[in-house]
Design a protein around this ligand. Structure first.
Ligand code: KE4
Length: 424
């Protein structure tokens, strides 16, 4: 028996489902998860020493590859000064200043420990600021596991086909209104049906939790106008897209300014970091400045701050990384599209920047219903074919792939070559 299989059996004796986050359990593709021992650059190494080309990058954070030397050194140097103080540090000030330099329209920013915390806090803040309770999210988008967001969510909820999450109170769920991604008319209908009751619209500006799905040209500007007209707080959930699609994230890429923005993943360089920030008029309601309470023992943790700061500083100082990453991902998209065409397999490859996903269908994939109508069984087969060939894809048809800049064109050719020998 290989070590991963043994460890998964052992893990299931002690951890629910043997994992600390559901999507890792391979429920979306079958089989047992691979237990990773170490990672360097673009490669993961499992407990049996097998190497994989990594197309997940820890679900986004490892944008410059694993064990990125400047980040490792920064962590090692800081750790000898202690790991947490529970008091403010200069590191947090430097991190906040850097985020404000890189991201448009962030007047104030609060550090937290995950993307979930960031989104949960931003929603609470929008509700406190507007004194309204309802909010609009989009089917297939995922904003972490806070109760209010577990309605028609993407990522693990879609992977596990969980429509209603036990434990989420009916009253809570009643305030969560959902529309289809890219359906501006549907959003307008929800607002008209709940006049002056909608506190916020939260959206992944580029969706990554139903595969990678791009906003249609009218979508984000339309949401901005609806929020301006109706006094609704527009929240861009940039946990995936922040610092990944551009230094200034999707706001920079699309030239749209949200009222609040949430971050995770890249911001912590693999350590537990999230953040939310935006307009001063809204952020000033956050305690201790205002009364919208939000707190965290390890928020702004010094080790996490130096890790995140070091990675963001590198991204800020080398903006060409984004064009390099986009060119590599574009190369991969073309290679995959050609491979599937040669195989006679209907497939749509969605991509923006370093986010990409494969959908086995002949039709465009522009929302969750499109993604769910694809051949999921074929994706499962493709996943295992690629895993056998040493290519580590997200173990779900409802996830974006995340490329890292440690990947070489030779690695990309290996991914394309493995796809070319995928037989039904
Ligand atoms: P975390 O709490 O997992 O740090 O972030 C939640 C979150 C918020 N917003 C967006 C757009 C996200 O994609 C996420 C988390 N992404 C998933 C991957 N689809 C994390 C992987 C997992 O759940 O294990």
């Amino acid at each position: 028996m290989n070590r991963s299989k043994y460890l998964f059996q052992e893990a299931q004796l002690h951890i629910p489902g043997g994992v600390n986050s559901p999507v890792r359990a391979f429920k979306g593709v079958g089989g047992h998860p691979i237990f990773i021992k170490k990672a360097f650059g673009a490669y993961l190494y499992d407990e049996d020493g097998k190497r994989y080309i990594d197309c997940i990058s820890s679900w986004g954070p490892m944008i410059l590859g694993h064990a990125y030397a400047p980040v490792v050194e920064a962590i090692q140097q800081q750790a000898v000064y202690g790991t947490s103080y529970g008091a403010p540090t200069q590191l947090e000030v430097q991190m906040a200043q850097l985020i404000k330099q890189m991201v448009p329209n962030i007047a104030l920013v609060r550090m937290v420990n995950s993307g979930t915390e960031a989104c949960m806090s931003a929603l609470r803040l929008a509700r406190g600021y507007t004194k309204r309770n309802k909010f609009i999210k989009f089917e297939g988008c995922y904003h972490g596991h806070a109760d209010a967001f577990l309605v028609k969510g993407g990522s693990g909820l879609a992977t596990l086909d969980i429509d209603t999450v036990p434990g989420v109170g009916t009253a809570t769920a009643a305030d969560t209104l959902t529309a289809s991604y890219n359906d501006l008319q549907g959003v307008k209908q929800l607002i008209d049906a709940h006049k002056n009751q909608v506190a916020a619209i939260i959206v992944e500006p580029v969706a990554g939790n139903m595969g990678c799905i791009l906003p249609e040209p009218h979508f984000l500007p339309g949401l901005r106008k609806l929020c301006d007209d109706e006094g609704i707080v527009l929240i861009f959930d940039e946990v995936m897209t922040g610092f990944r699609l551009a230094a200034g994230g999707a706001q920079q890429l699309y030239g749209i300014q949200a009222d609040l923005v949430t971050f995770g993943k890249v911001i912590g360089a693999g350590l537990p970091v999230g953040a939310f920030g935006g307009k001063a008029a809204i952020m000033k309601h956050i305690a201790p400045l205002g009364k919208v309470y939000q707190a965290g023992t390890l928020s702004g943790n010094p080790i996490a701050m130096v890790a995140g700061y070091t990675l963001l500083k590198n991204l800020q100082q080398h903006p060409n990384i984004y064009t390099e990453l986009a060119a590599k991902t574009d190369y991969l998209r073309h290679g995959l599209q050609l491979a599937f065409k040669q195989l006679g397999i209907p497939a749509v490859v969605n991509q923006l920047g370093s986010m990409i996903s494969v959908h086995f269908t002949a039709k465009p994939v522009n929302n969750f219903a499109d993604a769910a109508a694809c051949d999921i069984a074929l994706f499962q087969k493709y996943f295992h074919h690629m895993l056998q060939n040493g290519i580590y894809l997200p173990p779900s048809a409802f996830e974006s792939w995340f490329l890292n800049n440690a990947l070489t064109f030779a690695d990309l050719d290996e991914i394309i070559a493995a796809t070319k020998c995928f037989v039904l």
